[in-house]
Write a protein that binds this ligand. Structure first.
Ligand SMILES: Cc1cc2nc3c(=O)[nH]c(=O)nc-3n(C[C@H](O)[C@H](O)[C@H](O)COP(=O)(O)O)c2cc1C
Length: 204
């Protein structure tokens, strides 16, 4: 069952924007983050929750979508997220949260997926723009944003195609080692996510 949930928990980037994500669910998601592990048990992460249209409209314009889908500017009006959780680090406590942010993000997304919603972690954020939009105190560092809603896209997992290293040079100037890991969208709008095989991940 957990594997089913993990499988269903894909990065969704197109939503039915008319479906509101209830504030009670956003709070439940933070509750799941609250109960998750934290380095030194410092618990320095903080959250801002948004589910109204005007806040969502503003936050949307600070985010970058699906870097590999070069022709796609991000979700169109009507398919945009209807909620966001902005994850912050409280610098008064520490400036080193190890991997708390990722653990918490996964806990939150699994909670959303279990309730029939879904989302995408957005690390590519115009942080200064978002900071001023949110009128954020210097005490808080913006870590990442969870974009949330009722998914309307189909996402499938493929195996990474081998066949030698790709010398793409299109991945932040580096070579694409070990096959093509770029996600892509087919003619039916299905989003394909190549994953490396289990045998490739386990060494020895
Ligand atoms: C830390 C992190 C940051 C990410 N940042 C972005 C982002 O800025 N924009 C985006 O569209 N997707 C972003 N993603 C989503 C990844 O592209 C996605 O996880 C990957 O393509 C694999 O797809 P999957 O989540 O369905 O397994 C991010 C994912 C993680 C874990």
């Amino acid at each position: 069952m957990l594997k089913d949930l993990i499988l269903k928990n894909r990065s969704y980037r197109r939503f039915d924007q008319s479906v509101i994500v209830p504030m009670s669910l956003l709070r439940e998601m933070v509750e799941a983050a609250r109960l998750s592990g934290s380095a030194r048990n410092m618990q320095p992460l903080r959250y801002m929750l948004f589910n109204n249209a005007s806040d969502c409209e503003k936050i949307f314009h600070t985010l970058a979508w699906a870097g590999y889908l070069k022709e796609w500017p991000g979700p169109a009006e009507g398919e945009r997220p209807s909620a966001y959780i902005v994850q912050l680090g409280d610098l008064d406590l520490t400036d080193d949260w190890w991997c708390d942010d990722g653990i918490a993000a996964q806990s939150m997304l699994l909670t959303a997926v279990e309730q029939g919603f879904g989302g995408c972690i957005i690390g590519s954020v115009q942080r200064e723009k978002l900071r001023s939009l949110l009128n954020l105190d210097d005490r808080y560092k913006i870590i990442q944003v969870l974009a949330l809603g009722k998914p309307v896209e189909k996402v499938v997992i493929d195996e990474v195609k081998r066949g030698g290293d790709m010398k793409g040079g299109d991945m932040r100037g580096g070579d694409m080692k070990g096959g093509d890991i770029r996600y892509w969208r087919d003619e039916n709008g299905v989003h394909h996510v190549p994953k490396r095989s289990l045998d490739e991940l386990i060494i020895g």
